[in-house]
Design a protein around this ligand. Structure first.
Ligand code: UFG
Length: 338
C-alpha cells in the first residue's frame, strides 16, 4: 500500500515509516521539520535500505498538500501524526495549537475527499480520558474536560473525524489513543529528539544519566499510589508504530466494523515514576541523580490502558518489556553523544 505519513520524520512517525516499509508498504513522508531533523531520513534508510519520498510541507498549507496528492497517484491511506504536542506550550500559545492541529487535520480530510483516499489513522491520546474513574481505562470511558489546549485539540479532532465520516461513507478512520510512548528503534538509528529541555520523563532520565541535565525531579511523591509517584502506561514506540500498520491494513482490507473505530494503544500495565528510575538503574547500571519535587500542575495521578479491544480486534499486542524499552532509550541517548 502507498501510505502518506504526515509528521513522518517525527518520533512516532519515523518508527511507523520503518514498520510500514518492513511490512512491504510504500510510505511517503510529509513533514515541515518544525520539530524534527532531515537526518532522520538517513536513519530510516540505514534500517530499511529504502529512501523514502519526502516533502517538506506544512499540513496547514492546503495548496502545498494538494500538490503532494497530485504528484502521488493512488495513495491508499494516510497516517496523520503532524501536530504540535507540548502540553505546557499549548497553555501559553493556544492559537498555535488550535491552528496547527485542527487546520492540519481539516486539510487532510479535504484532500481525502478531493483525491478519493478512504483510510485515515489518527494519533489521539489517553489524555482524552483525563483522570479516569475506573482503571484500567477502556475506550468506552467518558471523555473528560481537557486540561490543556493540546488535550482539547485531540478531543476536537476526534469529533471532526467522526462528523466527516458520518457525512461521507467513503471516509474511514481509526483513532489510536496512545498511552506514553517511550524508547527507540533497537538499532539506535532513530529515536526521540526533544528540542531543548525535555518535558517528558524518559528523555529527561536519559539526558540526566548522560550528564546533559544535572538532576531529575520526580514530580510529587504524595499521590494516592503505592509508592506515592504518578503511574502511567509506558509503551514501546516500535510496538506503537506496528499498531498503525495493522490499523491501516484493517481499513484497506475492509475489516472495519464501523466507519470510525477507536483503540487504546498501551501495554495494560501501570508503572510509577520511581519504578522507571529503578528499572533505568537496573538495566543500564548507571546511577541516576534524582530528587523529589513538587507535583507538576495538570498531571493525572494514574492511568493505564485496558488494551484488550486492540488485542482482540486488531490482533495487536505490545510485545517489548519495559526493561528492554528503557535499554533502547539509553542506547539511543548514547548514540547521540558520538
Ligand atoms: N515526570 C517527572 N519528572 C519529569 C518529567 C515527568 O516526575 O521531569 C513524571 C510526570 O509527573 C508523570 C510521568 O513522569 O507522572 C510521565 O510524564 P511525561 O511528561 O513523560 O508524560 P505525561 O503522561 O505527562 O504526558 C503524556 C504525553 C502528552 C500527553 C499526556 C496525556 O507526553 O503528550 O501524556 O496523554 F498529553
Amino acid at each position: 500500500m502507498k501510505i502518506l505519513v504526515t509528521g513522518g520524520t517525527g518520533y512516532i512517525g519515523s518508527h511507523t515509516v520503518v514498520e510500514l516499509i518492513e511490512a512491504g508498504n510504500e510510505p511517503i513522508i510529509v513533514d515541515n521539520l518544525s520539530n524534527s531533523n532531515i537526518n532522520v531520513l538517513d536513519g530510516i534508510k540505514g534500517i530499511t535500505g529504502k529512501a523514502v519520498p519526502f516533502y517538506q510541507v506544512d499540513v496547514t498549507d492546503l495548496d502545498a498538500l494538494r500538490k503532494v496528492f497530485c504528484e502521488n497517484n493512488g495513495i491508499n491511506g494516510i497516517i496523520h501524526f503532524a501536530a504540535s504536542k507540548a502540553v505546557g506550550e499549548s497553555v501559553k500559545e493556544p492559537l498555535k495549537y488550535y491552528g496547527n492541529n485542527l487546520v492540519g487535520l481539516m486539510n487532510i480530510l479535504k484532500c481525502m475527499k478531493e483525491f478519493s483516499v478512504g483510510s485515515l489513522v489518527f494519533s489521539s491520546s489517553c489524555t482524552v480520558y483525563g483522570q479516569p474513574d475506573v482503571l484500567p481505562v477502556t475506550e468506552n470511558a467518558p471523555i473528560k474536560p481537557a486540561l490543556s489546549p493540546y488535550g482539547n485539540t485531540k478531543q476536537i479532532c476526534e469529533e471532526i473525524i467522526r462528523d466527516t465520516a458520518t457525512s461521507d461513507n467513503n471516509i474511514h478512520a481509526i483513532l489510536l489513543r496512545y498511552f506514553n510512548p517511550i524508547g527507540a528503534h533497537p538499532t539506535a538509528l532513530i529515536g526521540e529528539l526533544p528540542l531543548g529541555v525535555p518535558q517528558n520523563l524518559i528523555p529527561y532520565v536519559t539526558q540526566t544519566a548522560a550528564g546533559i541535565r544535572e538532576c531529575l525531579t520526580v514530580f510529587g511523591d504524595d499521590y494516592d499510589t503505592p509508592d506515592g509517584s504518578c503511574i502511567r502506561d509506558y509503551i514501546n514506540v516500535t510496538d506503537l508504530a506496528k499498531a498503525h500498520v495493522v490499523a491501516v491494513s484493517r481499513m484497506e482490507n475492509g475489516k472495519q466494523k464501523q466507519n470510525v473505530e477507536v483503540f487504546n494503544i498501551g501495554t495494560g500495565k501501570g508503572t510509577s515514576v520511581f519504578e522507571i528510575v529503578n528499572s533505568f538503574e537496573k538495566v543500564t547500571g548507571v546511577k541516576l541523580n534524582y530528587k523529589v519535587g513538587a507535583r507538576r500542575e495538570g498531571d493525572i495521578e494514574k492511568v493505564w490502558a485496558d488494551a484488550s479491544f486492540a488485542n482482540n480486534e486488531l490482533g495487536w499486542k505490545a510485545e517489548k518489556s519495559l526493561d528492554e524499552t528503557i535499554a533502547s532509550a539509553w542506547n539511543w541517548q548514547k548514540s547521540l553523544k558520538k
